[in-house]
Design a protein around this ligand. Structure first.
Ligand code: 5GP
Ligand code: MG
Length: 183
C-alpha cells in the first residue's frame, strides 16, 4: 500500500474522537436552540465545510433542520499565521434579520475572524450571534471572543485536516494532523 503524504505528521485528533465529539456538540446546540423557530447556521468557508457537514447531520438526527448559509472570509493567504486582515470573499444571501445565529467555524485562533463575522452579522440585523468551533487555540487570542461550543482545545501548533488546509492541501483528511510537532 502506498503511504499517505501526511503519514509522517502525528495525528493530533483521530477521526474517531471527532466522530464521538460531534454528537455531543449537537446535543448542547439542541439544548440551546431547540425552542427557537428562527435560528440559522452560518458556516465560515473554507475551513468549516467538513465540520459543518457532520455537525449538520448530527443536528438532523436530533430533529433540527435550521437554514444553513455560508460566509467566506479569508485571513491567511498561503502563510501559517493570521495576517490580521480579513476579507469578505462571499456573503450569505439568507435574510438573517431577527434571527439567532450560530456561526460554525473550524478553529478559533486570534479571534479576529469570528469578531469580524460577529460584527457583520450584527450589522445585518442578527438578533444574537453564538459560535461553535471544532478547535480552540485558547492561548492565541488577540481579540476578545469565546466559543459558546468548542470541540477540542488544542495547543498553539499549526494543524490541518478535517477541512483545515495547508496551502489548499489536507482538507480531506478525516483526522487532524499536527504540522509543527515538538522536536
Ligand atoms: P483567527 O482569525 O481566529 O486568528 O483565525 C481563524 C482562522 O485562521 C481559521 O478559520 C482558520 O482558517 C485559520 N487558522 C488558524 N489556525 C489554524 C491552523 O492551525 N491551521 C489551519 N489550517 N488554519 C488555521
Ligand atoms: Mg477558516
Amino acid at each position: 500500500m502506498k503511504s499517505s503524504p501526511t503519514s509522517h505528521f502525528p495525528i493530533l485528533i483521530s477521526a474517531r474522537s471527532i466522530q464521538r465529539r460531534i454528537p455531543q456538540l449537537a446535543r448542547l446546540i439542541q439544548q440551546a436552540f431547540a425552542n427557537d423557530p428562527h435560528w440559522a447556521l452560518i458556516s465560515i468557508l473554507n475551513g468549516s465545510y467538513v465540520f459543518l457537514a457532520d455537525l449538520g447531520r448530527a443536528l438532523h438526527k436530533r430533529g433540527l433542520t435550521p437554514p444553513i448559509d455560508f460566509l467566506a472570509l479569508s485571513s491567511y493567504g498561503a502563510g501559517t499565521r493570521s495576517s490580521g486582515r480579513i476579507r469578505v470573499e462571499r456573503l450569505f444571501t439568507l435574510d438573517i434579520r431577527n434571527r439567532n445565529i450560530l456561526v460554525v467555524d473550524d478553529i478559533l485562533d486570534s479571534g479576529r475572524t469570528l469578531a469580524q463575522a460577529r460584527n457583520l452579522l450584527k450589522a445585518r440585523g442578527a438578533r444574537s450571534v453564538r459560535v461553535c468551533v471544532l478547535l480552540d487555540k485558547q492561548t492565541r487570542r488577540k481579540v476578545e471572543g469565546k466559543a459558546d461550543f468548542a470541540g477540542f482545545t488544542i495547543p498553539d501548533h499549526f494543524v490541518a485536516g478535517y477541512g483545515l488546509d495547508r496551502d489548499g492541501h489536507f482538507r480531506n483528511l478525516p483526522h487532524i494532523v499536527d504540522l509543527d510537532p515538538p522536536l
